[in-house]
Write a protein that binds this ligand. Structure first.
Ligand SMILES: *Cc1c(COP(=O)(O)O)cnc(C)c1O
Length: 498
């Protein structure tokens, strides 16, 4: 399997190169030359296997320059060494209304990003060796909260790597901030940026694509890579969990062979929902894909109008990991759906940069709408849904998942054909404890993030995840705050280069 850039179909690199580079030099994203298809017999063959075994088989289809043994080592290290608190890695919970939650947050940092970021360091260190460079990898990551912590946890003390994480100073929950500021490990660095997530992301992208910076790193035996969901090594593990969820639903008799179901995904950067779309292309019988947003509703507008317009007010919400105005992974969907029209992608993404928007036209918009719908929900609606789901099921959902539940219920209420519904549940509710606590009728005013954990446990009966309870005893290590334009100098300083 070779990988092309969304902005240059003639470029062809191996999967190891795609993972090692993170983003193509032309600014495009790496995409597989074709999407492998699975037959009913292939799905059958995945039954009875552990999550790690399933993952290794599926990775083999995309990461063809990795050996079976390497892939099995990677999946073993990521999923079978106790960092996930459930042996199945992911869990499916059925609510009273019949909809199913795909819980993806049983990993060490309590958000779905662990599913990919526990394995990415293993892919990346092997990919670097395969590409023949012995440079030290510097992972540079912009985060809206969860990616940063999950990347830090994944890369902590991995030989041959350093990791630097930038987060928006006031754009993450207090628990997310605490998780990052207390990160242990000799190769980690965390810094706040004055601004929002897009400012962080733009700052990181600018550093990545600065030739002078690249040169300075190379002279010091280093190279950048990315742990953001623009890295193919993040997306492919996400495809795995949708395929695996389908196989598990077959095993449990929830679905019959080939029975269609819809998937709702609370979305920010469009990575998680794009993984569901890839799973569909591979043969998972997915009906509709529902893209759920908070009031940063750029994707809802895009799906409804075909115009992606980032020029709008940025809102901080109770679902901060979805407070995003530029959904990078949409570029991959558009590339595939335009028949790999790289010239068209270049035109649109240049327009996004210069005019803040692009228009895909009616024909493509209609094709996208045949597969996707979008809706958005404000903080009051999100919290009301947390309260409702708790009252109906005794089940606590986090703020992001609740946005998904809002969108899923709305979709089903209007749908003529009521297919089973799988909703991606993206974080443990304790990660956003204050909002969740107030949603179920509590008042946490004045309580710090640890007191909120106790209050929420008392009221809900759901156990506090050990990883969050343990933070209280950890020292705060990182308190730096910089402006976006000071990021390059900060990176150089921390890496000890000029
Ligand atoms: C990152 C994140 C999202 C958004 O995922 P994307 O892949 O960026 O669409 C949703 N919920 C939570 C809890 C997250 O951490």
């Amino acid at each position: 399997m070779v990988y092309h850039s969304t902005r240059n179909s003639a470029l062809a690199v191996s999967s190891a190169e795609a993972i090692a580079q993170g983003i193509a030099a032309d600014g495009g994203l790496f995409v597989p030359a074709f999407i492998p298809e699975l037959s009913a017999a292939d799905f059958d063959a995945l039954k009875g296997l552990t999550y790690a075994e399933r993952a290794a088989r599926l990775f083999k289809l995309y990461l063809t320059d990795f050996t079976d043994e390497e892939l099995r080592e990677c999946t073993h290290n990521a999923y079978e060494t106790g960092s996930f608190e459930t042996p199945d890695v992911q869990e499916i919970t059925t609510l009273a209304d019949g909809s199913m939650l795909l819980e993806l947050w049983h990993g060490p940092t309590c958000a779905f990003k662990d599913m990919a970021l526990q394995i990415l360091p293993h892919f990346l260190t092997r990919a670097i060796k395969k590409t023949g460079t012995d440079k030290e990898v510097v992972i540079l990551t912009a985060t809206s909260g969860d990616t940063g912590k999950a990347a830090l946890a994944g890369f902590r003390d991995v030989p041959g790597t350093k990791i630097m994480v930038f987060y928006p100073e006031d754009g993450v929950s207090s628990m997310q901030k605490r998780q990052m500021q207390t990160q242990e490990g000799a190769n980690v660095c965390v810094c706040a940026v004055r601004g929002n997530f897009d400012d962080c992301q733009n700052g990181v992208k600018a550093i990545f694509t600065d030739p002078e910076m690249e040169q300075a790193l190379a002279e010091n035996g280093m190279q950048f890579s990315s742990a953001n969901s623009i890295n193919w090594g993040r997306l492919v593990p996400q495809i795995v969990y949708y395929v695996s969820a389908y196989v598990t639903m077959l095993e449990k008799g929830i679905l019959k062979n080939g029975e269609r179901f819809s998937i709702t995904v609370p979305t920010g950067n469009f990575g998680n929902i794009l993984a569901a779309w890839y799973a569909k292309q591979m043969g998972v019988p997915v009906g509709h894909l529902i893209c759920a947003s908070n009031i940063n509703n750029v994707l809802t507008d895009f799906i409804n109008t075909g115009v992606y317009d980032r020029s709008r007010t940025f809102h901080a919400t109770v679902s901060p990991s979805m407070d995003i105005l530029i959904s990078s992974n949409l570029e991959r969907l558009l590339y595939h759906m335009t028949g790999e029209n790289d010239a068209q992608i270049r035109e649109w993404f240049t327009a996004l940069k210069t005019d803040g928007k692009y228009d895909i036209g009616t024909e493509l918009k209609n094709r996208i709408r045949a597969e996707f719908s979008g809706s958005f929900w404000d903080d009051d609606q999100t919290k009301a849904m947390i309260g409702k789901v708790f009252a109906e099921n005794g089940y606590l959902s986090d703020t992001h998942t609740a946005v998904g539940i809002c969108a899923a219920r709305d979709f089903l209420a209007k749908a003529a054909d009521k297919e089973p519904m799988l909703i991606a549940s993206t974080a443990n509710p304790y990660k956003f404890g204050a909002a969740v606590y107030s949603a179920i009728g509590g008042n946490a005013d004045g309580a710090d993030e640890y007191a909120v954990l106790d209050l929420l446990q008392e009221k809900s009966g759901m156990p506090i995840p050990a990883a969050l309870a343990a933070l209280k005893k950890k020292a705060v290590r990182f308190t730096d705050v910089v402006a976006q334009d000071a990021m390059p100098a900060y990176v150089k300083e921390k890496l000890g280069i000029r």
